[in-house]
Structure formats: C-alpha cells, structure tokens
Design a protein around this ligand. Structure first.
Ligand code: FAD
Length: 423
C-alpha cells in the first residue's frame, strides 16, 4: 500500500502509468575483469533469459561460469518479449547488441487505445525519447531470438553450458548441488535462476517456500502472420509503423507488436481468470479467447479471428522475499521475484539482477568478502524488484478500469500528453 501511494504521489509520474521506475535505475556494469578481485567458480542453475544474462555478466568479470539446465534442448516458450531500455542498456554493455540487431525491432511509440473502438487515449513516445533519456533503445523481439542471442554470447565469453542436468537438491552450507543422474557439483557460489517453480527458493527460505500465487488473471499468447493481415486494408494502420498498441478495457487488455523482422504480429491478451491451471483445457482456449474479447474494437477482433492457435498462461505474482541468499546459494530472476507482465519487466529485472550480482562480486578481494557482497546484492535487488512487482500489479489496476469515472479521469490524464507531443 505504501509503494502504491508513493507511485501516485511521485510528481514526475507519467500519466500513462508506465516506466516511472526506470528513473530509479541504478545498476551499473562492473569494471571487468578486475584483477584485484577474487575470481570464483560459479555454477548457475537454469539457462533461461535470467540465467544466461547472468552467466555473461559473471564471465565478463573474469569468473569461471558453468550453467546447468534441465532441458535437453535450449529454447523459449511463447512468442514476443519486450526488452525495455533499462535492460537493453545493460545488455549492450554485455556485448549483446550485434547478436540482437538483425532480430529486434524498435517501436516508435506505445499507443494506449480504447477497448471499444481503438481510439488513442494516450501515447508514450519511445523514439527518440527513450534512447535520449535511458541511453538505450526499447526493443521488441521473438523470445527464441533473444534466447539464442544470449546463448551465443555466453558461449563466446567462455561460459560452459550443460544440458539435460536437472538439479534435485541443494546444500547451501557446503555449496553443492546434486543432479538427477546422481552427480554432485561443488562451487564457490551457486546461482539459482530456476524460474517461478524454483527448487532452490525453499532451501534459501529455510524450508518454508513462498510460492508465487495466482493473481486472478491469465493471458492468451498468440501470433498472426503479417502477410495474412495485409490482405485486409482495414488492418493496415496496425502494420504500417512499428508500434506497440495496448487496448485497455474492463478487467482486460491486449498488447500487440511486430516481431520476427516484422513478419509476425504478436498478441498478449490478458483477462480475468482465477481457475486452477491444472484444470485448463488448452484445446478450448481459442474459442474462449474470442468470447472474452467479443465486442472490442473491430480491427482488433478481426486480428483475433485470424489467430489459429493460442496458449493460456497463468499470471502469477510472488510476494517480496526477505531472503535471497543462504550461505553460498543465491536466487535470481523469476525464482526470486515472479511478477505479472504489465510493466514488461520480469526478464529485465533478471538481467539487472545478474549485472548487480557481478558488480557486488567485483568488490570481493578474499573469500571472507563473499557474504558481504551477497548481502549487498540481496538488499539492492529486493527493493528494486519488489517495487517492480507492485508497480506491475498497479499498472493492471490502472489499465483495467471499467467505463466510468475512474476510467474517464485516467483517460483525461493521459490525453494531454498525447496532444502536447504529436507523433
Ligand atoms: P525461466 O525463464 O523460467 O528459466 C528458468 C530455467 O531454469 C528454465 O530453462 C528451466 O528449464 C530451468 N530449470 C528449472 N528448474 C531446474 C532444475 N531443477 N535444474 C535445472 N534447470 C532447471 N519480461 C520482460 O522483461 N519483458 C516482457 O515483455 C515480458 N513479457 C511477458 C509476457 C508474459 C505473458 C509472461 C508470462 C511473462 C513475461 N515476461 C516479460 C517475464 C519473463 O518472461 C520472465 O520474467 C523471464 O523469462 C524469467 O526468466 P528466468 O530466467 O528467471 O526464468
């Protein structure tokens, strides 16, 4: 409640609700490799976006890094992902720009649209504002391309990646992991980037896990081939410029942007759903999705009707964890701070975590300093990521007002920004 109140009281708070927290971005790339600092053997569990970004940051600082991943083939589920400027600035410093440039798109602006008719109710200009303000572009990209860029970069900076390796237990005191095949690995430091269902989280929390909870919302994730949309002239305006569009309405919103070198239209459709994901029948998801958005802007529903298949995804949020570190075992990414995607910052926070960890460790001169470095990492990152968890939930509230006085006040507050900065 306190954080929510402070969001509303921040004088520079942009009326379109987004990205105010980027101003508080404090993460810096460590001086690397720092010969005076102690170089460690570090094992990371999980080769998701967070684990791989962290591996690169640590390897660039000179540490010897191995990543263990349970999957036998690397990949990413879902289609599009946004790489906001706070994340992209760090990724560029980690050397990712050349690996991303042929795959990422830089949208010009984010348009907020009325659910019923697509009328623009607010706009955040990304080009050139975000490069100028945050020293990095705001990208959107196919998840597979993002993941593959991180994978290639990790290999190029000397990270070892072991697939088909599922961690089944951790001992934080001895800094060891046991894998499903019986092998045991010891390291100076274990980083658990093992996602929302983290096994390590319970160990770090002393046996009392705090599992991220349902939020009452779910998202359909879908794509449509742009060439199919091009056959309908009415859909042209959604395709002619690279933009992010968000239709907002009662309890629901739809976020769209183009990925895959402009060939694929990506949609994330958030809606109320508090049912148990274990009971979901994905074969019904397409029909359910169409029903959820019946009566919305005709352009949008035309695109929704072009979707051939979709997957329904639960939107979970974790609570603030007081502890991310136990001895030589640390949490990172969704394992530590699952959040709803309404700030597009989940993976971005994981990238920041990785760089912050590398920075903290760059101050370690002998092994006695490690626990101090980890406690700095924990205190900096718990504050930042829990603010983002709350801001993400808050964005949902602001976007999901039913038509009425709150919605009208919100739209009025957004409108002047649109007209004073014509696109
Ligand atoms: P994960 O991606 O879950 O990776 C964990 C890895 O650990 C996996 O590879 C898993 O196989 C492995 N693993 C797990 N357990 C074990 C084990 N025991 N042994 C070995 N390996 C193990 N974020 C953004 O920044 N921008 C966005 O636009 C955005 N959009 C989103 C849209 C939706 C609909 C959703 C649901 C999320 C979105 N996010 C976004 C959030 C983002 O996807 C996540 O925050 C991010 O992928 C988390 O990365 P991670 O590496 O922490 O975890």
């Amino acid at each position: 409640a306190t954080a929510n109140a402070s969001v509303f009281e921040t004088p520079t708070y942009p009326t379109n609700c987004l990205y105010f927290l980027q101003d508080h971005m404090q993460v810096r790339i460590p001086p690397s490799p720092n010969r005076k600092s102690q170089l460690l053997d570090i094992v990371i569990v999980g080769a998701g976006l967070g684990g791989l970004a962290t591996a690169i940051a640590l390897a660039q600082s000179g540490h010897r890094v191995k990543v263990y991943e349970q999957a036998s083939v690397l990949g990413e589920v879902g289609a599009g992902i946004q790489i906001p400027s706070n994340s992209m600035r760090l990724l560029a410093e980690l050397g990712l720009e050349p690996y991303l440039k042929d795959h990422a798109t830089e949208p010009k602006a984010i348009y907020f649209r009325r659910w019923q008719n697509g009328k623009t109710i607010g706009m955040t200009k990304l080009i050139p504002e975000f490069r100028q303000t945050y020293n990095a572009p705001y990208y959107v990209i196919h998840r597979a391309d993002f993941h593959s860029a991180l994978h290639k970069r990790a290999l190029d900076v000397g990270v070892e990646i072991k697939l088909g390796s599922r961690a089944v237990s951790y001992n934080a005191d001895t800094s060891t992991i046991t894998f499903e095949n019986g092998s045991v690995v010891t390291a100076d430091l274990i980083v658990a980037a093992d996602g929302v269902k983290s096994l390590a989280r319970k160990v770090v929390l002393g046996g009392h896990d705090k599992v991220p909870q349902k939020t009452g919302f779910a998202a359909y994730r879908s794509t449509v081939k742009v060439e199919r949309m091009q056959q309908d002239p009415e859909l042209d305006s959604l395709l002619t410029e690279p933009a992010l569009n968000i239709w907002v309405g009662d309890g629901r919103h739809v976020m769209t942007y183009k990925i895959g070198a402009g060939k694929t239209f990506n949609l994330v459709l958030s809606h109320p759903d508090n049912s148990d994901p274990r009971e979901w029948d994905q074969s019904k998801a397409l029909d359910e999705m169409r029903a959820e958005f019946r009566g919305w802007d005709t352009k949008l529903t035309k695109v929704i009707n072009l979707i051939d298949k979709t997957i329904k995804w639960p939107l979970l949020s974790g609570s603030k964890l007081d502890q991310w570190v136990s001895e030589r075992l640390v949490l990172l990414g969704d394992a530590a701070h699952a959040m709803v995607p309404y700030m597009s910052q989940g993976a971005a926070m994981a990238v920041e975590d990785g760089v912050a960890l590398a920075h903290s460790l760059s101050k370690v001169h002998d092994s006695r300093d490690i626990s101090k470095a980890l406690s700095i990492y924990q205190s900096v990152r718990t504050i930042r990521s829990s603010q983002m968890q709350e801001a993400s939930l808050l964005n949902g509230q602001l976007w999901h007002f039913p038509d009425g006085p709150l919605q009208e006040a919100r739209d009025l507050a957004m409108y002047p920004e649109t007209v004073s900065r014509p696109f």
